[in-house]
Design a protein. Structure first.
Lengths: 371, 125
């Protein structure tokens, strides 16, 4: 985090005209909510929501050895991703610690777009640039080249379909294709961070307002509402999706986070390989702590950093917590000692400012959409 | 937003009604409610509790945060709003009316409570 003035997205004036409450997020001035964050959350679960995610960090990797570079720099097998497809993956340190979680889109045979969290975009850019030494590939900072608008929720396919000729029915989850939406050139990706069906539209910043307005109009009849980062956080929490700085950090390997499946050893050498092989072997036994879901029996809300307790001692820590609009109860993700990690474990609580509130241990996610 | 003229205000964003038979009503302002976002849990003092001006007497939880509730005056709590305990969203939808929090028999009032106009200027700053 720098002390310089916050950055503004191409949609800044529009957010203000909509009466958004803004918040500083990773150096960006972003909409936190426009009205009630619970209403925004429920709109995404039942109808559709419109998000400005232009703070996300796009990095383009091109060249004859783009695939080889990404296979070396990231933990996944990126060379195996088909053109027009996307992959959830991670970038790790040599010691296996997670630098960031990423979505990588293969735009062409020799062109990829890596999307990093805003808070880590510089770290990822620097690491990719450094790791590119010796590869015939170019790493390009495209953070300012894109605005990102997401349409999420069950009504989102109809809304986007009404504005494009692109074959959305053929566009599967975790796929992306170039097209035109509302007359604007866009990379249309079927990805998201809400647990719902939805689209992420990467466009030039100068087209962002035009696209936002067209989507707003197209969604008028089906209950589309603008949504801020507050409901994005409760949506991803209900869906059991990790957030860097909460469930993921440089002190944890993908195995520690229960996401060892993103690490692929059946490729060449990659940064972190040796450390992650050791971590993989240990993960066959139980790690030091396990990521679980917690559902409150009461109404007080657990927050990141609160201690998880059982039998009078601290047995874990909350990484994310919020009132869940869908469940109607407070929920949390927490790392706990393995012997308390089984769903239904008795006697687990959260220390909420000195009082031990009872919590039910559950498997993640809290919410899964009906397909 | 407009702050009702007949109320007085604390710098912790609580409002206080004029006393009826020595009893005043306490709530949080619309400005405070908007800053919190959707309130999901309200912990209030109990009837019979003594509250002290400027000291915490409960808490308000919203999606993003938990905030202490301060009493704007000293005195004995005579009634709490069970409706708002059961439906905390009243704090957002009607902060100056149905979202009131508790009633207090005022023993002592601090000298620095603000008028509506003073509070409007304070909360805008």
């Amino acid at each position: 985090m720098t002390s310089s003035a916050p950055r503004h997205t191409a949609l800044d004036a529009l957010h203000r005209s909509l009466g958004a409450t803004m918040t500083d997020f990773a150096g960006w001035d972003m909409p936190l909510r426009y009205g009630s964050e619970r209403d925004e959350h429920n709109a995404v679960r039942t109808r559709a929501g419109l998000f400005d995610l232009s703070h996300m960090g796009e990095i383009t990797v091109t060249g004859p050895q783009a695939a080889e570079l990404l296979n070396f720099a990231l933990v996944g097998n990126i060379a195996s991703v088909g053109v027009g497809r996307a992959r959830y993956t991670m970038i790790c340190q040599a010691d296996g610690g997670i630098l960031d979680d990423l979505i990588v889109y293969r735009l062409g045979e020799t062109e990829y777009m890596v999307v990093a969290n805003a808070s880590n975009a510089q770290v990822v850019l620097d690491a990719l640039t450094e790791r590119a030494a010796g590869f015939d590939a170019e790493v390009r900072d495209d953070r300012d080249a894109y605005a990102l608008i997401a349409v999420q929720g069950p009504e989102s396919p109809g809304i986007v379909k009404s504005l494009t000729d692109a074959d959305l029915d053929g566009l599967k989850y975790y796929a992306g294709l170039p097209g035109t939406v509302a007359g604007v050139p866009a990379l249309i990706a079927r990805t998201g961070y809400t647990g719902e069906d939805g689209f992420e539209l990467f466009v030039k910043p100068e087209h962002a307002v035009e696209l936002w307005q067209a989507l707003t109009k197209a969604g008028e009849g089906v209950g589309l509402v603008p949504c801020g980062l507050s409901c994005r956080d409760t949506l991803r929490l209900e869906a059991g999706m990790p957030l860097y700085g909460h469930e993921l950090s440089a002190d944890l390997t993908p195995y520690d986070a229960g996401l060892g499946r993103v690490v692929k050893f059946d490729k060449g050498d990659f940064v972190g390989r040796e450390a992650l092989r050791v971590a993989a072997e240990h993960s066959n036994h139980e790690g030091p702590r396990v990521l679980v879901g917690l559902i409150a029996e009461g109404r007080r809300v657990p927050r990141a950093g609160y201690a998880v307790v059982a039998e009078g001692k601290v047995i874990g820590e909350v990484t994310s917590g919020a009132p869940s609009p869908t469940l109607g109860k407070p929920i949390a993700m927490a790392y706990v000692e393995p012997m308390y990690a089984a769903p239904g474990t008795e006697g687990v609580g959260v220390d909420i400012r000195g009082s031990h509130e009872p919590y039910e241990v559950v498997a993640l996610p809290f919410y899964k959409r009906q397909k | 937003m407009s702050n009702p003229q007949q109320l007085r205000y604390s710098k912790e964003h609580e409002w206080l009604s004029g006393a009826e038979d020595g009893v005043s009503t306490v709530g949080i302002t619309e400005h405070a409610a908007n800053a919190l976002g959707d309130v999901v849990f309200v912990q209030l003092p109990e009837v019979g509790d003594t509250v002290t001006a400027g000291e915490t007497c409960g808490e308000l939880e919203s999606t993003k945060s938990v905030s202490d509730l301060y009493s704007p005056v000293s005195g004995e709590v005579t009634e709490v709003n069970e409706d708002v305990v059961n439906d905390p969203s009243l704090v957002n939808s009607a902060p100056f009316e149905g979202g009131w929090l508790f009633k207090v028999r005022v023993a002592e009032e601090p000298a620095d409570l603000l008028s509506a106009d003073e509070y409007t200027a304070f909360s805008a700053g």
